[in-house]
Design a protein around this ligand. Structure first.
Ligand SMILES: Nc1ncnc2c1ncn2[C@@H]1O[C@H](COP(=O)(O)OP(=O)(O)OP(=O)(O)O)[C@@H](O)[C@H]1O
Ligand SMILES: [Mg+2]
Length: 281
């Protein structure tokens, strides 16, 4: 899979989708509560719509319900009230169309890098039979994906033989191997040093430009949110509500030098202000 080379011609922005087109993710008045009636209200009356192919960032203070939002969308936790619709269907259990990556790479220590990347193909029913019949083909795809993120030559190493950044790259490949329509990323770069993190921003941006999955990226890093996203949602302190939706209208591919430009800095500051005050703009 070719990646977008630095300095390549900027691709034209996708045309705006017609307003009446069904979004791939639609939350209407969705609430998530952990525990019984006296439980923790993590999300309250959340409303948002995410179009297919959009790259969305979700930001907000610690504990405001960002990970909970991903649990609602992926079907890992049910809504207490309101509705969660993904790809035209109400979410009633874990979804197969999504790939997920988390703050910690969470690779299986007894499997090699390529063994970890191939895992979703082995365990997701809809892929397992085809995977068994065409294993060599899928292995070739996994190697290509690993090469794209700079892990050529490390396919047969175990997680403990990789650096933290390399493990995180492998975890991204695992989330992508079954070409999910929907990619849910929960602070996937939080534990990395700033240089590795910025390198991985470009890995994600290039993969997104190439494949155009819908991406929901949860992050605390506002530079990361503005660098990568088409749209940034700010969530209020718990119980989390959607405070604002900001469109990031910067041309792509974005480059690190763009993060020092006034327009970029202004948007990041405005988001920081909203998070600090917890007030709608
Ligand atoms: N399994 C759980 N059982 C009970 N309460 C939970 C559970 N998971 C999360 N919570 C609570 O729900 C609230 C929202 O948690 P969530 O993990 O969604 O926050 P977050 O925005 O992702 O935070 P962070 O930025 O620190 O990752 C928090 O108050 C948390 O304590
Ligand atoms: Mg979280």
């Amino acid at each position: 899979m070719p990646s977008v080379a630095a300095g390549a011609e900027p691709r034209p922005r996708r045309k705006a989708l017609p307003a009446d087109r069904e979004p791939i993710i639609r939350l209407e008045g969705a609430s998530l509560v952990y525990g019984g009636p006296q439980g923790v209200v993590a999300l309250m009356d959340a409303n948002l719509r995410i179009d297919a192919g959009e790259l969305v960032a979700v930001v907000g203070p610690s504990g405001c319900g960002k990970s909970s939002l991903l649990k609602l969308v992926s079907g890992l936790h049910p809504a207490r009230s309101g509705s969660v619709v993904v790809a035209g269907r109400p979410v009633t259990g874990p979804l197969k169309i999504c790939g997920m990556a988390f703050q910690n790479a969470m690779l299986l220590p007894w499997r090699t890098t390529i063994g970890n990347v191939l895992l979703p193909l082995e365990i997701v029913d809809s892929h397992a039979a085809r995977f068994r019949r065409h294993r060599a083909e899928y292995e070739a795809q996994a190697r290509e994906l690993l090469a794209t993120v700079g892990l050529a030559g490390f396919e047969d190493k175990y997680p403990w033989q990789l650096s933290g950044g390399m493990q995180q790259r492998a975890s991204l490949c695992r989330a992508l191997i079954h070409s999910p329509e929907l990619l849910l990323l929960d602070e996937p770069f939080a534990s990395l040093d700033p240089f590795t993190r910025e390198e991985l921003w470009d890995v994600v941006q290039d993969l997104w430009l190439e494949r155009r999955p819908t991406v929901v990226l949860v992050t605390h890093d506002l530079r990361e949110a503005v660098y990568l996203a088409d749209t940034v949602y700010v969530i209020s302190p718990r119980p989390g509500r959607v405070l604002s939706r900001t469109t990031i209208d910067l041309p792509r591919p974005r480059r690190l030098a763009d993060t020092y430009k006034p327009q970029f800095i202004d948007v990041s500051h405005a988001l920081r202000e909203q998070i600090a005050t917890g007030a709608r703009p």
